[in-house]
Design a protein around this ligand. Structure first.
Ligand code: FES
Length: 103
């Protein structure tokens, strides 16, 4: 059985680079990820003021303001256990309506 490929896209364009995206990609590439996962540099993901930005495909999960210290949690929680890390979700794509009701 073929395991579907997952891509972890890490933006390497201007605004994200100014916020540490190069180190983030380096740290991703130094980690052990599940065998069906490919970590790749990407161009601008259109989320420049929330960088460093990442997208995981085909899941269509967008992460924002990702730092190297978040990588292990994304690997364990999302890539190994299929539970996106809610605290890092980009609110433009993953709006949490429950927060609106709290305020
Ligand atoms: S520069 Fe990274 S999303 Fe645009």
């Amino acid at each position: 059985m073929t395991i579907p490929l997952r891509q972890v896209l890490v933006c390497q364009y201007r605004n994200c680079m100014a916020r540490g995206a190069a180190e983030l990609l380096d740290q991703w590439q130094a980690r052990s990820v599940p065998e069906n996962v490919q970590v790749e540099a990407s161009g601008c993901l259109g989320q420049c003021n929330l960088g460093p930005s990442m997208q995981i495909l085909p899941d269509q999960v967008w992460y924002c303001e990702v730092k190297p210290q978040h990588i292990e949690q994304i690997i364990e929680q999302h890539l190994r256990n299929n539970q996106p890390v809610s605290s890092l979700l980009n609110p433009r794509f993953h709006f949490d309506w429950s927060r609106l009701q709290e305020s």
